[in-house]
Design a protein around this ligand. Structure first.
Ligand code: NDP
Length: 254
């Protein structure tokens, strides 16, 4: 897959990369020659993901930590420094999606969602950008959502707020970090087949309504999100920064 991309020798860090979209991104970049650090909360998941890549002869390490915790994030980038001494591509992918009505949304879940999805993006961007500035450039991709750009979901207010925050942060970061040769873009997937959407996908009535509203008439795959990331991180996208890209089968065209 994607044989036209070459990231030989480049170092990529993907957060929440133990499964789903993050794992597909890690695999796609590793197959294109990158050395990959997979962060995740769950040690076994991160290690299993790395083992799967290593079985293919690909270069990968695992790092366990919470992207919403500053000390964990510092440790993540210190581990990358120690292993490879550089960071070329950061993918802020770790995310959670609690489902609650606003009327009785627990504050703890609201805060945990913002900490993971938004503050995690800031903390990792800060560490990566400090290093990329020294290196003379880099690429940062924020896996946001259609929920943060153009498509209200339902009972996911903290998620939508955090994802809209990621889109706003992407523009601000792109503006500020361009001076250092760092490009920053957001990726806004529609409904993608991963563990996160399992409950939604099991609701056949709702799925029929969703599919009917998607011009391509199907859900997306994690590999299709990874394919957009490959392009955005490549030199083919060298003039592209500060944008939020739908990958949603045409559901949102604005
Ligand atoms: P998954 O739930 O399948 O995978 C997310 C991974 O991130 C899990 O392994 C999860 O671990 C990990 N994670 C959660 N919190 C943290 C944290 N604080 N620090 C480090 N890792 C963490 O999700 P997807 O692959 O579906 O989604 C990936 C990203 O794409 C998310 O940001 C999501 O919002 C976004 N997205 C997904 C869509 C979809 O349809 N799937 C649509 C639009 C956007 P654990 O399970 O232990 O929490």
């Amino acid at each position: 897959m994607n044989p036209e991309y070459h990231f030989d020798g480049q170092v990529l860090c993907v957060t929440g990369g133990g499964r789903g979209i993050g794992l597909a991104i890690a695999r796609a970049f590793a197959r294109a020659g990158a050395r990959v650090c997979i962060n995740d909360l769950a040690a076994e998941r991160a290690q299993a993901a790395v083992a799967a890549l290593q079985d293919e002869g690909l270069s990968a390490i695992a790092h366990v930590g919470d992207v919403g915790d500053e000390q964990d994030v510092r440790a993540l980038f210190a581990a990358i420094d120690q292993q490879w001494g550089r960071i070329d591509i950061l993918v802020n992918n770790a995310g959670i999606e609690p489902v609650h009505s606003i009327l009785d949304h627990p504050l703890s879940d609201w805060q945990r969602t913002l900490d993971t999805n938004l503050t995690g993006t800031f903390l990792c961007t800060q560490q990566a950008a400090q290093r990329m500035r020294e290196q003379g450039g880099g690429v940062i991709l924020n896996i946001a959502s259609i929920a943060g750009k153009s498509q209200p979901l339902y009972l996911r207010s903290a998620y939508a707020a955090s994802k809209a925050g990621q889109v706003g942060f992407t523009k601000e970061a792109a503006r500020e970090l361009a001076a250092y040769g760092i490009r920053v873009n957001a990726v806004c997937p529609g409904v993608i087949i991963t563990p996160m959407t399992e409950r939604l996908r099991n609701d056949e009535a709702q799925m029929q309504r969703w599919r009917a509203d998607i011009p391509l008439r199907r859900l997306g795959t994690a590999e299709e999100v990874a394919a957009l990331c490959l392009w955005l991180a490549s030199d083919a996208a060298s003039y592209v920064t500060g944008a939020a890209w739908h990958v949603d089968g045409g559901k949102n065209m604005a």
